[in-house]
Ligand binder design. Sequence first.
Ligand SMILES: [Zn+2]
Ligand SMILES: [Zn+2]
Length: 515
Amino acid sequence: MHWADVIADEIIGKCDKPLISTGISPTGYIHVGSLREAITAEAVRSALESKGSDVRMIYLIDSFDPLRKRYEFLPGSFEEHVKKPICNIPCPCGEHKTYADHFIQPFLEAKDAIGVKCEIIWTHELYEQGKFAEMIDASFAKRDKVIEILTEVSQKEKNENYAPYTPLCPKCGKFVKQPDFDSYKFPYVSYKCEQCGHEGKADIRKADGKLTWRLEWPAKWKMFNVSAEPFGKDHAAAGGSYDTGLRIVKEIFGGNAPHPIPYEFVQLKGKGQMHKSTGSSVTGIDAISMTPPEVLTYTFLRVNPERHIDYDSEMGILDMADEYDRMESLFFDGGATEAEENAVRAYELSKHNRIPKKMPLHIPYRHLVNVVQMSDGIDGVLEILKRNGDFDNATDDDLARLNQRVCCVRFWLNGFAPDAVKFSVSKNMPSIKLSDDETAYLKSLITSLSASEWNAESIHQIVSETGKNSKIGMKGGFQALYKILINRTSGPRLGHFLATMKKDFVIQRLKEASA
Ligand SMILES: [Zn+2]
Ligand SMILES: [Zn+2]
């Protein structure tokens, strides 16, 4: 059984109206791991939905988190915003409402592109609405117990001054280290800001302060009665925040912990240009831009969340797309082996229960990579595909899918594709020197190709046979053809490649080359 179905079955056994929670702290550039989190949550949601469960999914944006330091990608002027909540910091580019909006925007677009369906909830609004008040009150009332749990579970030295709640100073706009615990009387706690000296009272029913992470997480479980939640494996470590949250939600807040879905990190591999802002060559946004969304989703779902994924932005993308298409065929045509069953289910889940009625038209991804390089826009791609009869009976959905894949291929070719797959067809005969034997070979192709049917198989047959019977041999023949068409000695598979071009164009080039 697929892992998402296993989790769904467990959840159904425990509650009638499951709620899946997932979230992000948009303090900086968003890592591809956050995509894995959203996709993992969505898979469990889809699995529950497919079993008839009345499931809801929320996406919490931790907009009340403080900016912990001035990251390298921020201008020097941002030094003054350190320790302020990111919903109160201006956006670095000037185009967004706040810092939080600036960094969450690309992620929300990516989430929509991969079809993750969830309600967006901003954590700073929950504070403004007083939704945390009950839990903050309990944290103060049972602070000794909180400290005891943290000490026991994380096996660290006891910190008597541990602050479950930090007030927000209205004067300097920064979070204060800790309040005066003894002064607490619902709903107020007094504090003195160590940064600006301001003395004030925080109202726990307002966004006057926030719970610290170890308490805020279980407080959200209690608030929404969360049934399941994926999170990075760092939180899942023994004594980590899931373990402490498990006891805090029960013993302090009187709630239950969600079914944990720890996930492993995603390693992005590839040789794209280094991004100055993130210091890595491939970002999550790159991955989304160059991988068709359903393929990226499938790639994350085909393995258990606890398994590490290497995302290879070079040839790996082509393999992923091929595998996705193969699972799609197996889904529609049947014939999956036992070993493939989970992968076919991963395909289904990657469609979020919205599977097309009939099998979509498949253009092999590697072929598409070649076709895209032989045409300027989508019209050119369509013209080639139609000429070869590859796009007959296409539906609107097929066209939409083709459009999206063409965009991904172009993005990939422009930044990440290895040089070996890149080529461009020379509009005119390249100025190259051919040997007499090469010229003879090309000349002898003119008559046979002119008489041949224009399809990959027949063309392949002719160019290979003619090569074998020539002085330069089959390989030498292929090289001569690549030279006169793309000014290289290797390229896409010749039969398909030539069939993709207009017959007249190829014959004309052969004539010019052998004249
Ligand atoms: Zn901005
Ligand atoms: Zn202050």
